[in-house]
Design a protein around this ligand. Structure first.
Ligand code: OGA
Ligand code: MN
Length: 382
């Protein structure tokens, strides 16, 4: 019988790596019995309801960005992880398709930066969606020999564009952060007790079924007192949340479509990773997403717009085998600015990609942001 993750670790070793490999392994599928599933309510006494501030976000404001009333959110905290909040799919039925379409069609456009820019010209990568949809909507797309640009998309950066080589953001490499995603993040952080969140940088990760994201800490932001938000869409994943040291064994939890995580306070700088993508529970993605036709234009002031059937055909097919994760970060504290160091000014515009090259999948899937890493999400090429 497969061993449980919790029985693996001995003291003093890199426990995170060991558990990462346990969940990543393909030859002998691991036992998932230790994986917390927040969609099942309060499965353990380590999980407690999170304290939210429903008065911080009116129902109208929540509806505008496609969220349920804060009073209806199922939000959880984990004992031993202060500042970590898991909100089990707070989206209104029918609003996830809008956010999925933004991730695939809108945020992948210029001036945002993506992995394909590292070895293609801006004119070749300026309309990833437009250059991919024809082939993705054709009935023979299952048998396609050449991958579309959308198939090859691995990451997109927004706002202050994260530099994977220097692991830094810089004042000179900034393009406007999408207003809709800022508003969504602002409302969620407000409900979690953080006033005035300013979404300044975003990383979108596009995972295929064999992708993983290595062990890392998000510490490049200059103000760690601001929360970091994570949104999951499409297929599910296993998320590992560790401690401040690699020796601290991580806990495992499922992330399903629509789930939102807030890492703040003492949990803001914890090691974490995504060792494995797993199929969404039967029917879940289809069911929650299909409400797309129900997405009503809400009182004219909604940021969530209905998604056309044509767009949804492409998006729904994409997420049947993929997962999209969006992390939203505030980089600078109020009144803070970037230090004036030469390295912070290495790159001057979104189109310049000098020094980048694709990283071959790292066997152990760790060191996500090792130097010259360009495919932040590791995919085993087949
Ligand atoms: C990240 C990250 C987690 C995920 O992009 O920094 O940790 O769920 N993403 O994909
Ligand atoms: Mn991270």
């Amino acid at each position: 019988m497969a061993k449980m993750a919790s029985s693996l670790v001995e003291s003093g070793e890199d426990a995170f790596r060991k558990i990462f490999k346990f969940y990543k392994r393909r030859n002998l599928p691991p036992d998932f019995c230790d994986v917390i599933d927040f969609s099942k309510g309060l499965p353990s006494d380590k999980i407690v309801p999170a304290i939210l501030d429903p008065s911080a976000v009116s129902d109208v404001e929540a509806t505008r960005v496609g969220l349920q009333s804060v009073r209806d959110w199922r939000a959880f905290s984990l004992q031993g992880y202060p500042g970590f909040i898991f909100i089990s799919n707070p989206f209104l039925l029918g609003s996830q398709p809008f956010w999925v379409r933004q991730c695939l069609k809108t945020y992948s456009q210029k001036p945002n930066v993506c992995n394909l820019d590292m070895h293609m010209s801006p004119s070749d990568t300026q309309d990833i969606w437009g250059k991919s949809v024809h082939s993705l909507s054709s009935p023979h797309s299952g048998k396609r020999e050449t991958k579309t640009l959308l198939d090859r998309l691995r990451w997109v950066t927004l706002g202050y564009h994260y530099n994977w080589d220097t692991k830094m953001y810089s004042a000179n490499h900034y393009t406007p952060f999408p207003a809709d995603l800022h508003l969504l993040s602002f409302q969620i952080t407000a409900a979690c007790g953080f006033q005035g969140f300013n979404a300044e940088a975003g990383i979108l990760n596009y995972y295929r079924s064999d992708s993983s994201l290595g062990i890392h800490v998000d510490e490049s932001e200059l103000d760690h007192s601001r929360p970091l938000l994570s949104f999951s869409f499409g297929q599910s994943a296993i998320f590992l949340l560790g401690g401040l040291r690699r020796q601290d064994p991580p806990i495992a939890m499922y992330m399903h479509s629509g789930d939102v995580m807030v890492m703040s306070g003492q949990s803001r700088l914890l090691y974490h990773a995504v060792p494995r993508i797993i199929s969404a529970p039967q029917g879940r993605t289809a069911l929650e997403m299909e409400g797309c036709s129900l997405a009503s234009p809400q009182q004219g002031c909604s940021v969530v717009e209905p998604v056309s059937e044509k767009d949804w055909a492409v998006c729904s097919r994409y997420i049947q085998s993929s997962r999209v994760n969006v992390t939203v970060r505030q980089v600078l504290g109020p009144g803070q600015s970037f230090p004036d160091t030469p390295s912070a000014h290495q790159r001057t515009d979104a189109g310049q990609t000098v020094g980048y090259h694709d990283r071959a999948a790292d066997e152990e899937g760790e060191n996500r942001k090792s130097s010259s890493s360009c495919d932040s999400v590791d995919t085993a090429e087949t």
